[in-house]
Design a protein around this ligand. Structure first.
Ligand SMILES: *Cc1c(COP(=O)(O)O)cnc(C)c1O
Length: 462
């Protein structure tokens, strides 16, 4: 295959993509696949001789779509969305065609500079203070890890950068029990250790109690430990819990701790001013992450980290070996120094295309619709006998259960075998509950209200 073939086949791929997207509603959201069935259709050994792309493309069509969970299906209500606007798909095609590596400014000036401008656009779109700058990571997990590594090194007076952690006091991190597992992972990977991630009790709204945070920090200081940082959440993964950002940041500042706010999912909603009260006070944070790849239409992967001051993170992550020196360009931003990997994809292009193709107003309308439809749906299904709303809508996420744990679990299996919609579960206050999360880019009110229809069909007399 050469570039002439690529031209021909990429047009075929575009036609296939159009047909795929326009027939998604006719497919079950989650495939009826059994484990191992896809692998069994592939040869055990790699080909020695070249094969015609025609055959490869044909196999793709027979093997892949039927064994795919359709994340862009308008009735995907599971996990969080990984929504992808058509404009972002086009940008990804172009980024793929260029296949540039943006580790340094000089390895792709456009990638670095468009990333800088997109960070500025998004800062304004979310209503954040002008001092924030930032970068794009692959995932919120990596952004949170970067912030935790900064907390670690700042707390040791940067000794850990060269000496590691041996011999020093225990470093301590603080987060609420509703915080995403990526924080536990960062505690592990940073060498701080999961046992040193203190989970602060939450109140009746599942938000961190600032007084409990203060007490935990004081207790650790009294025990001779070294508090390193606080991780707060706006829109927790399980049920959408939001910590009181302003009050918790005040406590953290009192103890001179580095702070990170995880708004991976809910951050996108902050393009609408009416939701910003959910993270009121966020301008005082050192680091904030949100994923445009979840709810803003810039397809996976695209996690934006805002930094009040990039210098500490660069001090933790930035290295300049001889072969990465950029002669005479020391003042220039080289984004690899802000992130964990050296290599970087051109992720800013899909933000540029998406923000321009829909405008902030178009994106706000989508998010407002999702929030309004989730509320309408929750109200509707609350009238179905046996259904109980267990947590009310937090933006576009709510949970419900059906009679008891066993009946709820059985209902979830029936729902996902039915295929019209896809829902997933969590555990809340010890009980098995089903999550409903609205946010796919093309979903309509009818798609959302289908959930009520499916529940009526599948609970009737069961
Ligand atoms: C989805 C999510 C994450 C993890 O995001 P990745 O980009 O997949 O690493 C972290 N925190 C919260 C609150 C999330 O919703």
């Amino acid at each position: 295959m050469n570039h002439d073939d690529l031209r021909h086949w990429s047009k075929r791929a575009a036609d296939w993509a159009h047909a795929y997207h326009s027939t998604l509603r006719d497919r079950p959201v989650r495939p009826r696949a059994s484990y191992g069935a896809t692998a069994a259709q592939l040869p055990d050994t790699p080909p020695e001789a070249p094969e015609p792309i025609k055959d490869i493309f044909a196999d793709f069509k027979t093997i892949v779509p039927g064994a795919t969970t359709h994340w862009q299906h308008p009735r995907f209500f599971a996990y969080f969305p990984a929504n992808a606007s058509p404009a972002s798909m086009l940008a990804e095609q172009l980024a793929n065609a260029i296949a540039a590596q943006g580790m340094l400014w000089q390895t792709s000036p456009a990638a670095t500079e468009i990333e800088q401008v997109m960070i500025g656009w998004l800062r304004q779109a979310l209503g954040l203070a002008p001092h924030f700058t930032g970068t794009i990571h692959d995932s919120a997990t990596t952004a949170t890890l970067s912030a935790v590594l900064t907390m670690r090194d700042r707390a040791t007076g940067w000794d850990s950068v060269t000496e590691g952690l041996s011999g020093g006091p225990r470093l301590r991190l603080y987060a609420s029990a509703q915080t995403h597992s990526s924080v536990d992972k960062a505690a592990r990977l940073s060498g701080i250790g999961q046992a040193n991630l203190v989970k602060i009790p939450t109140d009746a709204q599942h938000a961190m109690d600032p007084q409990a945070l203060d007490a935990a920090i004081r207790a650790d200081l009294a025990a001779g430990h070294k508090p390193a940082g606080v991780i707060l959440c706006t829109g927790g993964t399980s049920i959408g819990a939001c910590d009181p950002i302003a009050a918790c940041l005040t406590v953290a500042k009192t103890h001179d701790l580095y702070t990170h706010v995880d708004a991976a999912w809910a951050g996108s909603a902050m393009i609408c001013p009416e939701f910003r009260e959910l993270w009121q006070g966020v301008d005082q944070a050192d680091s904030i992450v949100f994923n445009p790849h979840k709810w803003l239409g810039a397809q996976f992967d695209c996690a934006v980290q805002f930094l009040a001051d990039p210098a500490p993170q660069i001090r933790s992550l930035g290295l300049r070996p001889d072969y990465l020196q950029t002669l005479g360009q020391d003042e220039i931003v080289n984004f690899n120094e802000w992130t964990v990997p050296l290599g970087r994809r051109f992720r800013a292009l899909k933000l540029w295309f998406t923000l321009r193709a829909y405008g902030l107003e178009g994106l706000r309308t989508r998010i407002r619709n999702h929030v309004a439809w989730a509320a309408e749906l929750a109200e509707d299904i609350a009238t179905i006998p046996g259904i109980q709303i267990t947590t009310p809508p937090a933006l576009s996420l709510f949970t419900f259960r059906y009679r008891d744990d066993a009946a709820t679990e059985a209902l979830l299996t029936r729902i996902n075998d039915d295929g019209r919609i896809y829902l997933t579960q969590t555990r809340h206050e010890g009980r098995f509950v089903i999550r409903v999360q609205v946010g796919q880019f093309d979903c309509t009110r009818d798609d959302v209200m289908t959930v009520a229809q499916v529940l009526r069909d599948l609970t009737d007399g069961v």
